[in-house]
Design a protein around this ligand. Structure first.
Ligand code: TYM
Length: 344
C-alpha cells in the first residue's frame, strides 16, 4: 500500500483521508455521516483512516479510558468494514509526523481564522474551565492529518466542513509562500437528507453527539437491540402524526433520513409505506432496521476485541505504512521551510 501511494501523480488513484476521535462508542451519526462511506470508498480509492487520539485530549480524558476507547475505536472501525489489508488504518499518536507538521502549519494560520471556528466556540462554551491552546489550534492538527497524505477527498459529516475549508486555506497559503507542496483536499460530504447531519433523538435541533450527557439522545453502534428500540420509541417528534418529510418537522425528518439510509428506500416510498399509520409504527420500523444493520457489526466487534494480538499487529503495521507516506511530505515541508536536513 505504502509503495503504491508513491506512484507518479498522473497515474495514481485518488487518496482519501479521514479520522474519528476515540471519545466513546461511535454514534449512529458517526456511522451514517462518515464511517459507512469509509468502507465503500476503499474499493476505488487509496484510503488512509485514523483514530485521532491526539485530537481527543483537547478535552480532558481519563488516561485509562482513553487507552480503552482508542483500541475499541480501532476495532469498531474494522467491524464497520475498514479492511487493514485494503486501507491504511492507524492510531494518530503512533505517527509523530502529525504533531510535527501541525507546528509548521500553526505558523501559517492566523489567530483570527481560528477564532471564527464554530466548533471551537461551541466547545469553549461547553468546557469553559479548560479552554486550552490545543482546543484552539485543533483545526491545524486536522489540516496536518489531511495534508500529510496529499489527500484528494475527505469523507466527513457536515459539521467538519469549516475545518476542511481551513485546511484548504492553510495548504494554499503554504503553497503560495514556499512552492506547491500540498494537494488541496475536497470534502466528501453526504447530502443533507442522506445523513450529513444526524440529529439528537431527544432534541432534533441539535447534532447527535457521543458526548451528549443524555444517552437517550444518541444511539451508540454497540447498543443492544432492545436499547435501540427503546431509544427510537422515545424519540421526540411533532404532534402531527403523519410520516412525511417537511420543513420544520426536524424529528420526523431525522428518523426518515435514518430509515432511508438503512433500508435504501426513498422518501416517497417511505411516505407511502406509512400512509395512514401513526408515528409509533414508524419508530418501531426505524428501530428494527437499525438494530438489524448493526447486529453483524456488533458480532464482528466482539470477535476482534477477543484477539488483541491481531489488533496490535494491524495498528503497528498501519503506523509504519502511514509514516512511509507522511514522512515524504514532512521532509518536503521542512526543506521548503528552510530547516537543515537532519539526516534521520
Ligand atoms: P468526530 O470524531 O467528531 O466525528 C467523526 C465523523 O463523524 C461525523 N459525525 C456526524 N455525521 C453526521 N451526523 C452527526 N450527528 C455526526 N456526528 C459526527 C463527523 O463529521 C466526522 O466525519 N475533527 C474530526 C476528526 C478528525 C478528522 C481529521 C476528520 C481529525 N482529523 C482529518 C477528517 C480528516 C472529529 O472531531 O470527528
Amino acid at each position: 500500500m505504502a509503495e503504491t501511494l508513491s506512484a507518479p501523480q498522473a497515474e495514481r488513484k485518488k487518496i482519501i483521508f479521514s479520522g474519528i476521535q476515540p471519545t466513546g462508542v461511535f454514534t449512529l451519526g458517526n456511522y451514517i455521516g462518515a464511517i459507512r462511506n469509509w468502507g465503500k470508498l476503499q474499493e476505488d480509492y487509496r484510503c488512509v483512516y485514523c483514530v485521532v487520539d491526539l485530537h481527543a485530549i483537547t478535552v480532558r480524558q481519563d488516561p485509562a479510558a482513553l487507552r480503552r476507547h482508542t483500541l475499541e475505536a480501532y476495532a469498531l472501525l474494522m467491524a464497520c468494514g475498514i479492511d487493514p489489508e485494503k486501507s491504511i488504518l492507524f492510531i494518530q499518536s503512533h505517527n509523530p509526523h502529525h504533531a510535527e507538521c501541525a507546528w509548521v502549519l500553526n505558523c501559517c494560520t492566523q489567530f483570527g481564522e481560528l477564532s471564527r471556528m464554530t466548533q471551537f466556540k461551541d466547545k469553549a462554551a461547553r468546557y469553559a474551565d479548560n479552554i486550552n491552546a490545543g482546543l484552539f489550534t485543533y483545526p491545524v492538527l486536522m489540516a496536518a492529518d489531511i495534508l500529510l497524505y496529499q489527500a484528494d477527498l475527505v469523507p466527513v459529516g457536515v459539521d467538519q466542513k469549516q475545518h476542511l475549508e481551513l485546511a484548504r486555506d492553510v495548504a494554499g497559503r503554504f503553497n503560495n509562500a514556499f512552492g506547491k507542496t500540498f494537494v488541496l483536499p475536497d470534502g466528501y460530504i453526504p447530502k443533507a437528507d442522506e445523513g450529513a447531519r444526524i440529529m439528537s433523538l431527544q432534541d432534533p435541533t441539535r447534532k447527535m453527539s457521543k458526548s451528549d450527557p443524555n444517552p437517550k439522545g444518541f444511539v451508540a453502534i454497540l447498543d443492544e437491540p432492545d436499547v435501540i428500540m427503546k431509544k427510537f420509541r422515545s424519540a421526540v417528534t411533532d404532534s402531527e402524526a403523519r410520516v412525511a418529510y417537511a420543513p420544520g418537522k426536524d424529528g420526523i425528518n431525522n428518523l426518515m433520513s435514518i430509515y432511508s439510509v438503512f433500508t435504501g428506500k426513498s422518501f416517497p416510498v417511505i411516505e407511502e409505506e406509512f400512509a395512514g399509520k401513526g408515528y409509533g409504527d414508524f419508530k418501531t420500523a426505524v428501530g428494527e432496521a437499525v438494530a438489524e444493520t448493526l447486529r453483524p457489526i456488533q458480532e464482528r466487534y466482539k470477535e476482534l476485541m477477543g484477539d488483541k494480538a491481531y489488533l496490535e499487529e494491524c495498528y503497528r503495521r498501519g503506523a509504519q505504512q502511514a509514516m512511509a507516506i507522511s514522512g515524504r511530505t514532512l521532509e518536503k515541508v521542512y526543506k521548503r521551510t528552510g530547516f537543515i536536513p537532519s539526516g534521520r
